[in-house]
Write a protein that binds this ligand. Structure first.
Ligand code: B1M
Length: 232
């Protein structure tokens, strides 16, 4: 951002475009300031998240793919994105509703991408779920330990690399071996996945994005509650 540019003077559309540029340039402070400005102007946290931050990161992703941006630059963009997300997180979680269910979520072994997973966690919290976030690079033993400790309703896995997505099957197969697979709903997501892949590894559903993850999780919880009620 030009040193003399006052973000407050920009209209909403210009400000969002400026945020895309600032995210591209990895300017965390500017992103945080702009998030506050949009919120003060009455934007919902969800709109700030999707229109300003997620869209900005999508643009970064295109130039990363095309070899215009490199890892250090993308790390700075990711850092700026996280700055914005940390302001929105408590606002999205502020529903005050009773907990709808519990989810354990993590990025699989070998994979350190966490922006999408964090977003899913934030949106799930916002929808009234308790979320236990295992972070990145999780081997099967981490998932099993978390399942044992937290007894979630849902196990969520994220993978952003074609080389790490097959690891989701390792986790599901191990759950099967231990005889606990059917006790949990397993949801998977991440840019290189699709529904066919999710079916092939034995997941319950593929979630294209965070909003779909929330809808899918709610639908499975409704089924679970209906099944429990019919047994009672
Ligand atoms: Co990486 N990276 N990266 N990267 N990176 C991708 C994934 C890539 C597609 C870029 C490209 O070439 N176009 C490519 C993968 C190619 C492939 O596998 N076919 C790639 C590569 C190659 C790499 C490295 C190997 C690069 C290198 O070192 N040479 C390396 C791998 C490191 C590793 O993990 N071992 C690497 C490193 C990095 C950074 C560290 C620089 C950084 C990560 C920072 C971080 O996450 N803290 C990074 C980033 C930022 C990206 C891109 C640009 C953006 C990812 C992102 O955050 N998207 C990405 C390009 C892209 O995806 N277009 C890329 C925004 C986010 C909101 O979307 O994560 O898709 P996404 O999440 C969505 C949905 O997918 C879904 O909901 C989310 C929200 O709507 N979802 C779930 C995700 N997880 C879910 C879990 C669920 C449900 C839904 O559970 C229920």
């Amino acid at each position: 951002m030009a040193d003399d540019l006052d973000l407050n003077t920009l209209g909403d559309e210009e400000l969002v475009a400026q945020m895309h540029d600032d995210l591209y340039d990895g300017l965390k402070t500017e992103i945080e300031d702009a998030v506050h400005i949009l919120l003060n102007r009455g934007w919902t946290p969800y709109d700030v998240l999707t229109q300003a931050l997620v869209e900005g990161m999508r643009i970064v992703g295109l130039d990363f793919r095309d070899g215009i941006l490199f890892v250090p630059e993308v790390l700075m963009s990711a850092n700026a994105m996280k700055g914005g997300m940390s302001i929105l997180r408590p606002l999205l979680a502020e529903t005050g509703a009773p907990k709808v269910g519990k989810m354990v979520i993590g990025t699989v072994k070998g994979d350190i991408h966490d922006i999408g997973k964090n977003l899913v966690g934030m949106m799930m919290e916002g929808a009234g779920f308790e979320v236990i976030d295992l972070g990145i690079n999780n081997g099967v033993e981490k998932y099993l330990a978390a399942i044992e400790e937290h007894r979630p309703d849902i196990v969520g896995m994220s993978a952003l690399l074609t080389t790490t997505m097959p690891y989701m099957k390792v986790v599901i197969d191990t759950m099967k071996e231990k005889g606990i697979r059917d006790d949990y709903v397993v949801l998977v997501g991440g840019a290189p996945l699709n529904e066919a892949f999710a079916n092939s590894i034995g997941a319950d559903a593929y979630c294209r994005d965070a909003a779909v993850a929330v809808e899918t999780a709610k639908a499975f919880m409704a089924k679970r509650h209906a099944a429990t009620a019919s047994r009672a």
